[in-house]
Ligand binder design. Structure first.
Ligand code: AMP
Length: 458
């Protein structure tokens, strides 16, 4: 869970990157950073915090240049410490390199152990640092060849932007787990995890970086390299980007997210047509599927869980006694609408079940007569090793409990999960090109079970 932004050949590159990262903030709220090539070397600024906490006008003024990369981070490997904030920058042999990475490598731990045995010294506990070590190690073969070699060694999810002095390079794993789009602005080029970052600054979308592609951007323009044979390209786009993660105004894998989420709701109605007084989402994650269900069923849509938009990250962990406060701080039900009604509540997913249980309890306390809870994805039973921050199987409620057991735990009248077929139908032509491992346990890449969140842990 991270957001990437890169820009080449545009004045005030750092300012544009700042705005780009702002619109990708939903992909990571832990830290933010920008690295800029100023004509001589790469300068960076990064810190723990939200984009607007890390940067101000003064800081951006001190990052002049026309080539930049930026990152917002939600750690899925490597703990949330300053050392692990990206871009990860290094100086070596009179060169400077900076990298930003979205995704998880599943074999980073074993590669790191081998490199350490050979004397490599690591500065962070991020899997992304392994990529830099492998590239530098192979650099005598030339930059593109060094990246190609690295891509053949690392396994898992990686959408990467690399700044090597005045060259900007984008590369993506052959499964294409995480998105990465290319656009044009004022004769220069822009790269971003999601196209919502393009809309904000007026970038014209050109295309996605292909799974397995290396795209080099320099003063001569764009050059693509494809180091993998066709049969090694096995498109496995992350389905959870559509279900929950990406912004609904983005195009992901060349498909608009909003209509897919609405289709999920329509398919929920096809599979589970219920009678009730109205449909309501848990905002914002359930909004679009709830619209789809309401339109398909003809039932009215009510937005009667009110979200406090000013709750960012909460620093005070309330005691058990104050737990209700923490739930209601984010979402508070409108009693006047809910009292005495039979309601269909829609959300995108159930992970641990704890948040939903408290939210459903508050709807009951608001006076709902009956609660039917529908989820616009199938039961999440298996952990993700490719960049979505799910807990281990032991914490995923659907991994250990039947739907009926979960319904009882949630203390509601009906619980229904969308089927895998309903999910695939909603994404149409991409149905054979998605990773469904969190539902099926069938991982497109063999997972090295020595994988751990903090790869330096023993
Ligand atoms: P819970 O009831 O604790 O399982 O939480 C379910 C809520 O978490 C839903 O509203 C989801 O939209 C949201 N959610 C789904 N995936 C994630 C994730 N990877 N990290 C944080 N929240 C998530």
């Amino acid at each position: 869970m991270c957001g990437l932004f890169g820009i080449f050949g545009v004045k005030e590159a750092a300012n544009y990157t700042y705005f780009g990262l702002y619109s990708l903030q939903h992909r990571g709220q832990e830290s933010a950073g920008i690295a800029v090539y100023n004509g001589k070397k790469i300068k960076e600024w990064k810190n723990i915090g939200l984009v607007n906490e890390v940067f101000n006008e003064e800081i951006l003024k001190n990052l002049p240049g026309e080539i930049a990369i930026g990152h917002v981070r939600y750690s899925t490997t490597g703990s949330a410490i300053l050392q692990n904030v990206q871009p990860f920058c290094i100086n070596f042999a009179k060169k400077t390199m900076a990298i930003v990475h979205n995704g998880n490598l599943v074999n980073a731990y074993s590669i790191r152990c081998n490199l350490e045995e050979e004397g490599h010294i690591f500065q962070t506990t991020m899997d992304s640092e392994v990529i830099v070590h492998l590239i530098v190690r192979n650099l005598k073969k030339g930059l593109v060849e060094a990246i190609a070699e690295t891509m053949k060694q690392i396994k898992g999810a990686y959408s990467v932007l690399l700044l090597y002095d005045d060259i900007l390079i984008a590369f993506r794993d052959p499964w294409g787990f995480r998105p990465l789009a290319l656009g044009m602005l004022n004769g220069g080029y822009v790269l971003a995890s999601e196209t919502c970052a393009f809309d904000l600054i007026g970038v014209q979308y050109l295309r996605d970086i292909e799974p397995g592609e290396i795209l080099v951007i320099n003063k001569d323009g764009l050059t693509s390299y494809y180091p993998f044979k066709k049969e090694k390209i096995n498109k496995s786009f992350c389905i959870f980007e559509f279900i929950y993660f990406a912004r609904p105004d983005s195009y992901i894998f060349q498909k608009s997210v909003y209509p897919v989420r609405k289709n999920l709701g329509k398919n929920l109605y096809k599979e589970c047509p219920l009678e009730a007084d109205f449909v309501m989402p848990f905002p914002d994650s359930g909004n679009y599927a709830a619209i789809g269900y309401s339109q398909a069923s003809g039932l009215p849509l009510e937005l009667c869980m009110i979200r406090n938009h000013y709750v960012g990250r909460t620093f005070i962990q309330p005691s058990q006694r104050l737990r209700d406060i923490s739930v209601k701080m984010k979402l508070n039900p409108v009693k006047e609408i809910i009292k005495g009604k039979e309601v269909i509540v829609i959300d995108d997913s159930l992970v641990r079940g704890t948040t939903s249980r408290n939210r459903l309890k508050s709807i009951k306390e608001a006076g709902a007569k009956k609660i039917h809870f529908l989820l616009s994805c199938p039961p999440l039973k298996f952990p993700c090793f490719f960049g979505i921050d799910f807990p281990s199987s032991s914490e995923l409620i659907a991994a250990k409990h039947s739907v009926e057991e979960i319904r009882k735990y949630l203390d509601i009248n009906t619980l229904y999960y969308l089927s895998i077929e309903g999910l695939l139908d909603a994404i149409g032509d991409l149905r054979n090109k998605v990773c469904l491992a969190c539902f099926t346990g069938e991982y497109p890449v063999e997972v090295d079970f020595s994988f751990r969140k903090n790869i330096a842990e023993v």
